[in-house]
Design a protein around this ligand. Structure first.
Ligand code: NAD
Ligand code: LMR
Length: 328
């Protein structure tokens, strides 16, 4: 989508992912070298001091396209007239936790933020990064008048992880791997679909003869990668998460290349037999004008169907938990 100016809100802007996101938003690589960028940086009050420091660094980058930064702890001010909302601000999990353990702590953040999105521009799009991302996106959507189709929970990091694994196994370049769908939840039940992925236009299952790996280690590596990084780094992924959130924006802003797709958690319309009204990751194609469609008709084997059923069941249970708490 071609714009002269874009206004982007980033929540949790003084956090780890925020720090890796902001310079790339302002550099011109995401919205184009002719598009001015205004940033609305939202933090909780105790983090405003740290946010000032981040803003000083942003100023010191002297980005020609960055016209304005608003630093605030007021969500309505942050979201007024925005074109994109990057909802990152939330607690990360620590070692030994599941992302769903964050649900009742982080979920309430997204009720007020969903409501404040009513102040956004008519074309606003929302990417929820804060975990558990799918159900937080569901909470935000349910608390907002913004159309459901504008809300996404981030599974792009899982897509990127899956592509990286397939490229390494096949000994090909990253760009040789396409059509990587993630189905379901950004959690350890997600289903990274190698059965429909292509390597240089050939089915991944033809290029990679080790089918045991494709149904075994490949899947569990992608499912558990976040926890592996927490164990190694002592902190959850930040650079790769920021990169994925920005990849998501680029994919939504531009027409998807012919024949390919990308993945994000979006409101289920019943595609692939998934219960309606869940934020469920599907293969998507964007038209470059702010709309997308769920890619239909991918072949789903019996084994893949079981994987999809398991991740759907987990999302239903998360939805029921937040419904019982009155968050949706
Ligand atoms: P962090 O702790 O470094 O930063 C989070 C920031 O959010 C902090 O500065 C905090 O003050 C701020 N914050 C908290 N509540 C807020 C609120 N109500 N409004 C505005 N700001 C608020 O954490 P991080 O590493 O940046 O991770 C942020 C979130 O992203 C975590 O929930 C993490 O689990 C999640 N995450 C998701 C993915 C994904 O693929 N979906 C990947 C990595 C991390
Ligand atoms: C990730 O996938 O790296 C993030 O969701 C962080 C986490 O808790 O795993």
């Amino acid at each position: 989508m071609k714009r002269n100016k874009v206004v982007v809100a980033v929540t949790g802007a003084a956090g780890n992912i925020g720090y890796a996101t902001l310079p790339r938003l302002a550099s011109g690589e995401i919205f184009g070298k002719d598009t001015e960028v205004e940033l609305r940086l939202l933090e909780i009050t105790p983090a405003l001091g740290a946010l000032e420091g981040v803003a000083m660094e942003m100023n010191d980058c002297a980005f020609p396209l960055l016209t304005k930064m608003v630093l605030t702890d007021n969500v309505e001010e942050a979201f007024d007239g925005i074109n994109w909302a990057m909802l990152i601000g939330a607690k990360p999990r620590g070692k030994g936790m599941l992302r769903s353990d964050l649900l009742l702590g982080n979920g309430p953040i997204f009720t007020g933020q969903g409501n404040a999105l009513n102040k956004a521009a008519d074309d606003v799009q929302v990417i929820v990064v804060g975990n558990p991302a799918n159900t937080n996106a569901l909470i935000a959507a349910n608390n907002s008048d913004v159309p459901n189709s504008r809300f996404a929970g981030m599974t792009r990091l899982d897509q990127n992880r899956a592509i990286s694994q397939l490229a390494e196994k096949a000994g090909v370049a990253i760009s040789d791997v396409t059509n990587m769908a993630i189905f379901g939840n950004h959690s350890k039940t997600m289903y990274p679909d190698a059965e429909n992925a292509l390597i240089n236009g050939t089915p991944a299952y033809e290029v990679i003869s080790d089918h045991e790996w494709l149904r075994g280690d490949f899947v569990t590596t992608v499912q558990n990668r976040g926890a592996e990084i927490i164990n190694a780094r002592g902190q959850s992924s930040a650079m790769s998460a920021a990169n994925a959130a920005l990849d998501h924006i680029v994919s939504m802003e531009n027409a998807t290349p012919d024949g390919d797709w990308f993945s994000a958690g979006v409101m289920s319309d019943g595609s692939y037999g998934v219960a309606e009204g869940l934020i469920f990751s599907f293969p998507l194609r964007a038209d470059g004008n702010g709309s997308y469609e769920i890619v239909q008709g991918l072949e789903i084997s019996d084994w893949a169907q079981q994987m999809i059923d398991a991740t759907e069941a987990e999302l239903i249970s998360e939805r029921d938990t937040v419904a019982a708490e009155g968050l949706i």
